[in-house]
Design a protein around this ligand. Sequence first.
Ligand code: FES
Length: 335
Amino acid sequence: TTHRVRIQGSDTPLEVAADQSVLDAVLRAGEWLPHSCTQGTCGTCKLRVLDGEVAHNDSPDYTLTPAERCAGLVLGCMATPCSDLVVEPLGAAVDDGAPRHPLRDHDGTVVVLDDIATDTRRLVVELDEPMSFNAGQYAELVIPGTGVGRQYSMANPPSESKLLEFHVKRTVGGRATEGWIFGSLAVGERIELRGPLGQFHLVREQAEPAILIGGGTGLAPLKSIARHVLDHGLVPELYLYHGGRRRDDLYDVEFFRELEAGYDTFHYRPVLSEEQWDGATGMVTDVVVEDFRSCKGLSAYLCGPPAMIEAGVRALKRRRMAPRLIFREEFTVAA
Ligand code: FES
């Protein structure tokens, strides 16, 4: 069975299968709803149901409280339709003029699978058909035979739309990492994925210099952004900070040093928190704060573990960065 969902303010109803999330249907139709994690943890996709009934499925109480359910709110990424629906996004969708690329299923072949740092692999997938996306967005790799997806940001720029690069950190006991990407997966194998997803991006020209701050494989979307931004000259100055514990946790250091040599506007600073070396040491967000006495008039893009992001956002606000110019992509918990 299918139902129809209409977003308040739009005239065109969209088809939603009974087992499909409202968000999935909307994104596949090339329409847009605010969203980030697509797995019920962030709350960005909250909708008000103006008409119709939904099943909440596994919507967690900490994201959607019982009181919110009573008030007719749902998580767009979890809710499936029980009838035709009219919905309205709770937050205003941020429209910064970035293109919106429809969500699609893709097939591809693994062409690179390399160890690049401690418990970290680079996975490059050559797609059968190109995928359009915004620098900073992610895709869901499907664990074979399960239909279960795991989320990884594209590290390549959108111009390389058939050759997707992902950075994967091993999680002990992780079904997708130990059980697959660090286990049986090999070059030449076929892989399924869906994308693009998420609203973390930098694709439009902006007047503010941008600071990119990544922890571990949080570097991936920032690499995509850096390459895209530099290719197109989108910002006056671009600063990239990459934090790891030890030298062996860092990767693509040579790549970024060469990029830095090629662009006057690009500044790269790798930071180690647990090892002395000839580069910066400490917590990556502390090093940013030392480098910038004032962050007024700058923007920031952070990706990494939640603790790093929290510390970073606090520090940037203390340095007077405008909250609307701070963008974040948190690692999600699934392994
Ligand atoms: Fe739905 Fe995060 S809770 S996108």
